[in-house]
Design a protein around this ligand. Sequence first.
Ligand code: 5AD
Ligand code: SF4
Length: 443
Amino acid sequence: MRTYAIRTFGCQMNKHDSERMAGLLEAEGLVAADVLEDADVIVFNTCCVRETADERLIGQVSSLKALKTGGRPDVVIAVGGCVGQRDGTALLRQLPHVDVVFGTHNIEELPALVAAAAEGRRAVSVLDGTDRFASDLPSVRERRWHAWVPITVGCDNHCAYCIVPAVRGPERSRVFEDIIAEVERLVADGVVEVTLLGQNVNSYGRDRYGAPRFAELLRCVASTGIARVRFATSHPKDLSDETICALAETPALMPYLHLPVQHGSDRILEAMNRGYTRSAYLERITRLRAALPDIALSTDIIVGFPGETDADFEQTLSLVAVVGFDHAFTFIYSPREGTPAARLSETVARPVAQERFDRLATLVRDLSLASNERQVGQVHTVLIEGPSRRDVGTLSGRTPHNRLVHIPLGDDGVAPPAGGLRRVRVVHAHPWFLTGEFTEGEV
Ligand code: 5AD
Ligand code: SF4
């Protein structure tokens, strides 16, 4: 039996696309390999948002060269996703032992491209766009009880540093009724949590219906009977009062929001073309907390954008402290060829950016720990995700606020099933996770 393996880099949209790639390959009779190097077909689903992801890809693909030269010349190596979309045929020159290159708009061609490669032809296919959503394709869900549901693809915002609009294309919204029908099917299939996906979910519907319909979509998705709804990513400039209201009024919408601010200084926000000011962002946070006092907030922050001064960076630190994020994902600016920011000359020296990054990371860690410490003693309904990656004697799960909880199993070792909801008392806080114990009570 022929086997496949998929290695996924990058965002949640890529994770979703990988589940579709797995579905397509299994529909052709391939089965998942336990170990990547043993597979007959190896797919890299790639990310180009920062240089580090590019470098990791090149390292990992290059290390497979030995497979082909050392006794397994028939292994098919495919590179898809954002790097495939960006580089096309040029990838074959850089990585000569790659057999297949495909892009973000033509996942469904993967089986045909793999078949061509198996017959000895190198196959490259990259499209400029498509009207189809990968959701129509077969899928193998990584977690039986969770599904990614794309509601938009692409992005119209053109933030100065971001390559995404170039590789995912302009924003396109999926048909409202198609999304609801998919969630209904997922509920019938035992899924308890969906994550709605889009580069900017808040503007869902604008291209297709002339006005955003995200708040309405959230309420309709919640009314399918699904236990938990999450979504990513929200753009601060498009986070409407209607959406805040829907979040506050609908129990199935989890009380957690990822709202990337990117920077704390108005000067840099403008240079980034983000479309809001520091005070407009803070005003959105105030409104959110007025409606949902206990909402958990996370954000993305870029350090070392061209032209960033010490004073600008202090503004980032102060914004992070003022908001008191529960978590933040922090990045050192990485110039991406083809983006407007890549042409800016006033670059920040690497050691300066690194020093700022380290200061920010310390603040973020302290805030995460403080946020987690406030949970100790509280009881939450936790969605069990399965054994912890570090310790099979421990289960992992998520609270409604998206906090990761590890729960040691009792002496009997009996574990509630993955996908189950259980009441858990938090007993200890760490910066990046909680530990807890099962407790009685209704979920
Ligand atoms: N350099 C550094 N970080 C970036 N991001 C996007 N593009 C870049 C870049 N060129 C970050 C942003 C975005 C997250 C997904 O990645 O913070 O929100
Ligand atoms: Fe990139 Fe900005 Fe679009 Fe996000 S909103 S994908 S950062 S261009």
